[in-house]
Design a protein around this ligand. Structure first.
Ligand SMILES: Cc1ncc(COP(=O)(O)O)c(C=O)c1O
Length: 167
């Protein structure tokens, strides 16, 4: 997908709790999503009030820099996503170095790979941020996406306890 940094800021922890999947939070997400769609992009990347990367409007974000896979902490305004948690487990099981760490806007522009994840989105790769090309689909994104798709369909015994139907 093609993403745009939103002009809408992810709300601060003392305004609405961004870590929670609450209905009210989606006004903020909707404003950002509609802005991105009207500008011809697929998704918006939202920054926290301090300018650090928070997440997308309906997905958590992962950025590969110097071979490490980074995802923003809850303190940066990320939702505590169950897919984010699953992806971190899968990525570590695949042998990747995964860290929860702050991500600056400039990290996005020079990322080796970027992908987003969520229950609805599953794992999706980002091919542009603000019209700057990102290598896509990157090898780590491909490996994680493939493993995630198998896991959530109950096709990998290692993660079958995650799936109601596979029990
Ligand atoms: C703002 C936001 N961030 C992240 C996510 C991903 O969360 P989960 O993996 O729990 O679906 C969602 C999903 O709805 C979301 O709305």
């Amino acid at each position: 997908m093609r993403a745009k940094i939103s002009s809408w800021t992810r709300h601060d922890h003392n305004i609405m709790p961004p870590a929670a999947k609450t209905v009210g939070n989606y006004v903020n997400s909707s404003l950002a999503k509609v802005e991105a769609l009207k500008a011809g992009y697929d998704e918006a990347i939202m920054l926290a009030p301090n300018g650090l990367v928070a997440e997308c409007t309906g997905e958590n974000i992962f950025v590969v820099r110097d071979g490490k896979i980074l995802t923003p902490p809850l303190s940066a305004g990320a939702l505590e996503g169950i897919t984010q948690n699953s992806v971190m487990t899968i990525a570590r099981d695949l042998g990747f170095d995964v860290r929860v760490d702050n991500i600056a806007r400039s990290d996005l522009y020079i990322a080796e790979e970027i992908f987003v994840c969520g229950t609805a989105a599953e794992v999706g790769s980002v091919r542009e941020v603000d019209d700057r090309p990102i290598p896509c689909p990157g090898p780590k994104t491909m490996a994680i996406g493939q493993a995630y798709r198998r896991a959530v369909r109950g096709q990998d015994k290692k993660y079958s306890h995650w799936c109601e139907l596979a029990k």
